[in-house]
Design a protein around this ligand. Structure first.
Ligand SMILES: Cc1cc2nc3c(=O)[nH]c(=O)nc-3n(C[C@H](O)[C@H](O)[C@H](O)COP(=O)(O)OP(=O)(O)OC[C@H]3O[C@@H](n4cnc5c(N)ncnc54)[C@H](O)[C@@H]3O)c2cc1C
Length: 109
């Protein structure tokens, strides 16, 4: 059976959390994950945490590291999403590229 294409738009705390939840709860042979994010790095924002650490770099993670342990399951696509075609199940990027999905999670606050 072909793997379902899951596309998550937005790599904030909830987008990265969604990736983590899918990795924990789904069989790697059933799903393929693409996280689309316009930035290079994930930044953990809560102020409380920033007050607790001396080295701010510990709150920054390059998105390239997200699927390091799961290269066969997921990838991060850097780009700006400019639109969705819900009938065709397609996400459109500013670059002109389009990504097909079976399941879309949109978390761009
Ligand atoms: C400076 C700061 C301090 C904060 N401190 C606290 C705190 O102490 N406690 C607390 O509870 N909350 C705090 N917050 C709020 C908290 O960070 C947000 O509630 C939380 O980040 C929301 O997460 P999110 O994943 O929904 O959205 P976001 O963190 O906004 O993530 C959305 C992601 O989507 C990406 N994106 C957006 N549009 C597009 C697009 N068109 N194409 C591709 N990518 C896109 C963005 O680059 C971003 O990485 C703070 C926020 C900020 C800015």
């Amino acid at each position: 059976m072909p793997r379902k294409q899951l596309v998550i738009v937005g790599g904030g705390i909830y987008g990265v959390g969604a990736v983590s939840a899918f990795l924990r709860n789904f069989n790697s042979s059933s799903i393929s994950i693409t996280l689309i994010e316009k930035r290079d790095d994930f930044i953990y924002l809560p102020i409380n945490c920033r007050n607790l650490v001396e080295d701010m770099s510990s709150l920054i993670m390059p998105y390239d590291d997200l699927f390091k342990s799961y290269p066969a399951i997921g990838k991060v696509k850097k780009g700006l999403v400019i639109g969705f075609d819900r009938n065709a199940k397609i996400v459109n990027l500013e670059s002109g590229e389009s990504l097909k999905y079976d399941i879309l999670v949109r978390i761009i606050s």
